[in-house]
Design a protein around this ligand. Structure first.
Ligand code: ZN
Length: 103
């Protein structure tokens, strides 16, 4: 009985001499190798592009600073509004008290 395997590239059954063989012919092995190379190159390119998008960390820092700054400003605005409300209430109270006094 001759040992047979299916080619990883074209799917043809082939008899192998080496147990680690994956391809029916040199041509298939070469083609698969080239495809793997191409895939790896593409992967490298993609990861490089990704790291280029992420790597300018210095670009992200001002954005974060800006955000916290905006949050601080809006917090101050909120506090200011609350002070205004309190001041208005005090002013109204004083006005009512004064009106009582001078009546
Ligand atoms: Zn093949």
């Amino acid at each position: 009985m001759t040992p047979k395997k299916q080619c990883k590239r074209c799917g043809t059954e082939f008899t192998y001499k080496n147990i680690t063989a994956k391809f029916c012919s040199h041509k298939c092995r070469q083609a698969a190798y080239e495809r793997r190379l191409k895939e790896r190159r593409l992967e490298n390119e993609n990861s490089r592009r990704k790291s280029q998008q992420c790597s300018p960390l210095s670009n992200n820092i001002p954005k974060i600073k800006e955000k916290t700054l905006i949050r601080q400003i809006s917090m101050n605005e909120e506090m200011l509004r609350q002070y205004m409300v309190v001041a208005t209430m005090i002013g109204m109270y004083l006005a009512i008290e004064l009106r009582k006094k001078f009546r």
